[in-house]
Design a protein. Structure first.
Lengths: 194, 542
């Protein structure tokens, strides 16, 4: 129950940023379209698939702990971590690209096209929202690692798998946040083939 | 009790089970953690009070002659931030709630004892960050952090202040989480929801607000920090940012925050009034529902802080109406406390004096809230001393009185000793007089037009300001007294037995101070709450 309550607080936490996003998107829709076009569609899509797969392996890991399959549990947790690392790696590539293109807000920001200051707001939200998401991913990867270690030591089984379940809940939550972020940031007015 | 009680020192209890600083700093016992919190927030109360004294000193004279204008801005900002986030928000839940909730529901501890300790450390870390902020000059944005001043123009320690509050916020969230799970999952057999003491209901409602509202403050402060550190411009009007968005996000937490502060106080008052009227609380169901109603409605009124900020008239109308609505459950509570006292057998012990003070002063503060919720009146008195008087009546006249009254009521349980009753009554009187002298003139000042947050003022306001400052010094004396005699009582106070007040509630059915795991045997509850008519003493051997 405690983990569910904690996740509710996380919904409120990210909710603040989603609210800001909604307000500014309503006010500056065209600027948001322009900003979204600068997102790398393929990296974002691959990352979404990566996270969904990681949620699958996480769910399978929880199942393994429930039926006492220690080896499968450890392997699945490690694969989950690997997927998480892939996600972080792709984000690093994306961030580097955005940075080089002067798409980080502040004095270095530069955008060719109408309404650059409103596009800057889009990017502020992009960096803030994906940044906090990435921070949560990082914490998640570390915690999954800790759980993997304890699993390897044989701490979890059918009579005690609570921590694995709870970490699974957290992981699924972080995945869900990305599921919302992806269309809001990458797919605004996206036309197929873009 | 036929025989005199065994002094705590001779019996094993949570205080003497282990000695040494490590046993305190690494404890997971909710009772010890409550005392750790008591020390911490008392320290912050003094810091916040120190700033208040400086403010009142400056306001003795119309001219700005004690400090410079920028410094004055820092004084009221730090006063507000320290008092709100490091004293008011944690006080009753973290001290009294932590200590009492497990005992009141018949449990051995909270659901997550280590998270409880972690919450305390978070407040310590937040506190260290806040002390750093203060020692390096403080923030000057007002406790409300409004951009674009806070993001683009303030040259003060805004980021560290925001960070300090961010960390303290998580202390609050985790405490709330702990309470919710505990109350749901760890009630003793027979302790149904409808038998819970209202103090537990009050902390439950508070915890819901803490869990839902505080994260929004956290992210809002983070956005301000990002704006300042990396020049994001999210709230910069010149780049299309909207300062009003900040205000909406900020007040979405900060209005419910004031209910975080007051609901636990209402819980204390219910316990005290019922005990010293020797009667069950009138309308238990409505009292519990009123707490939940205040928590829920409290989330729907935030924009009444923004009536003159530029929101539309229609929005203002809706929020004004909702603000009137949230007064209804509060009023129900005041009426029910009064009805509890009717035909009760009233005694005037110190905690009851504080409860009386709460009921009267909270009512005054609450009624003036209605003045402010009226759009036309608000235009006249907003951002004046009227608002300051309004919220200090509720927070100081209400919440702080409830807190101190609660400390007195449960002191025998916490320490095993009685405080000196005559001094208790004297301190209560001094606080009551000092409080009214400090803050009543401020209603008048505000109505006459003295703006808040100004370091100098028009000379015709001086007399009222002098009265207010005089009151503040009296109030300070009143606050110091209990600290002195509580400490004195730990060594020299009369030894207390299980139930010195003859009160109802599980906490009074175990030893004073309680054993480490609260009860020698898990109680089985077969009676309703506040069963004063048939007060059973379940013999729990000390």
């Amino acid at each position: 129950m405690g983990m569910w309550v904690f996740l509710i607080t996380e919904i409120m936490f990210f909710g603040g940023m989603f609210t800001a996003y909604m307000v500014y998107r309503y006010m500056y829709y065209q600027a948001f379209v322009a900003g979204s076009e600068k997102m790398d569609f393929w990296w974002g899509t691959i990352n979404t698939v990566v996270l969904i797969c990681s949620s699958l392996t996480m769910a399978l890991a929880v199942r393994s702990s429930q039926i006492g399959q220690r080896k499968a549990l450890v392997v699945l947790l490690i694969i989950t971590m690997l997927f998480g690392c892939v996600f972080m790696g792709i984000k690093a590539i994306e961030y580097t690209g955005h940075w080089k293109e002067h798409q980080f807000p502040g004095t270095n920001f530069h955008f060719e096209g109408p309404d650059p200051q409103h596009v800057e707001i889009f990017f502020s939200l992009y960096w803030a929202m994906t940044g906090f998401h990435a921070l949560h991913m990082l914490i998640g990867i570390i915690i999954v690692g800790v759980i993997a270690f304890y699993s390897w030591r044989g701490k979890y089984g059918p009579d005690y798998y609570n921590p694995v379940e709870n970490v699974g809940l957290y992981w699924h939550f972080v995945d869900m946040v990305w599921i919302y972020l992806y269309p809001l940031l990458y797919l605004i007015s996206h036309k197929h083939g873009g | 009790m036929a025989t005199s009680p065994t002094p705590a020192a001779e019996r094993e209890n949570y205080l003497n089970t282990e000695y040494g600083i490590r046993s305190w700093l690494l404890t997971t016992d909710h009772k010890r953690i409550a005392l750790l919190y008591l020390l911490l927030i008392t320290f912050f109360f003094f810091i916040g009070g120190f700033f208040a004294l400086l403010i009142r000193l400056e306001l003795l004279t119309p001219a700005g002659d004690l400090v410079q204008a920028d410094t004055y801005n820092k004084l009221f900002t730090m006063h507000g931030q320290v008092m709100v986030f490091f004293f008011l928000i944690p006080a009753i839940p973290a001290v009294l709630g932590n200590f009492l909730i497990p005992i009141m529901i018949g449990a051995k501890d909270l659901a997550f004892p280590r998270i409880n300790l972690f919450s305390w450390y978070l407040l310590v870390i937040g506190g260290l960050l806040m002390m750093y902020t203060i020692l390096t000059g403080g923030a000057d944005t007002g406790w409300t952090f409004y951009p674009p001043f806070s993001t683009a123009f303030a040259k003060s320690q805004v980021v560290t202040a925001a960070l300090a509050i961010f960390v303290a916020g998580f202390s609050s969230i985790l405490t709330g989480l702990n309470f919710i799970v505990t109350i749901h999952r760890m009630r003793a057999p027979g302790m149904t929801w409808s038998r819970l003491p209202l103090f537990v209901w009050a902390n439950y409602a508070t915890s819901i607000i803490q869990v839902l509202g505080t994260p929004v403050l956290a992210i809002t402060l983070m956005l301000v920090a990002l704006d300042r550190l990396f020049d994001f411009g999210i709230f910069d009007p010149q780049r299309g940012g909207d300062p009003l968005l900040f205000q909406h996000l900020f007040w979405f937490y900060s209005h419910p925050a004031v209910y975080i502060m007051i609901l636990p106080g209402m819980g204390v008052v219910s316990e005290v009034v019922s005990c010293f009227s020797r009667k069950r609380i009138f309308g238990y169901k409505f009292m519990a529902l009123a707490l939940i109603a205040i928590a829920v409605l409290g989330f729907l009124v935030w924009a009444h802080h923004m009536f003159v900020a530029g929101i539309s008239l229609y929005a203002a109308l809706v929020f004004s109406l909702l603000s009137y609505l949230v007064a209804v459950p509060s009023a129900i509570k005041v009426f029910n406390w009064t009805a509890t006292m009717y035909k009760g057998s009233i005694s005037y012990a110190t905690p009851m004096l504080y409860a009386f003070g709460f009921i009267g002063l909270f009512t005054m503060g609450g009624l003036t809230g209605l003045f402010l919720a009226a759009l036309g009146v608000d235009v006249h008195v907003t951002d004046t001393y009227f608002v300051i008087a309004h919220f200090h009546y509720i927070m100081v006249g209400g919440m702080v009185m409830a807190y101190i009254g609660g400390l007195h009521f449960w002191w025998p349980k916490i320490s095993g000793r009685m405080y000196p009753e005559a001094w208790g009554k004297l301190a209560a009187l001094i606080i009551f007089v000092g409080f009214n002298l400090t803050f009543f003139p401020q209603f008048v000042l505000g109505y006459l037009g003295m703006p808040r947050r100004y370091w100098q003022y028009s000379p015709e306001f001086q007399v009222l300001n002098v009265l207010s400052t005089a009151g503040a010094t009296i109030l300070a004396v009143g606050y110091v007294l209990p600290m002195v005699y509580f400490l004195w009582s730990m060594r020299y106070g009369k030894v207390a037995d299980e139930n010195p007040w003859g009160a109802a509630g599980l906490e009074w059915m175990t030893a004073s101070p309680p054993p480490i795991f609260n009860f020698d045997e898990t109680p089985v509850v077969t009676w309703e709450a506040y069963d004063y008519a048939n007060l059973k003493e379940v013999a729990v051997e000390p």
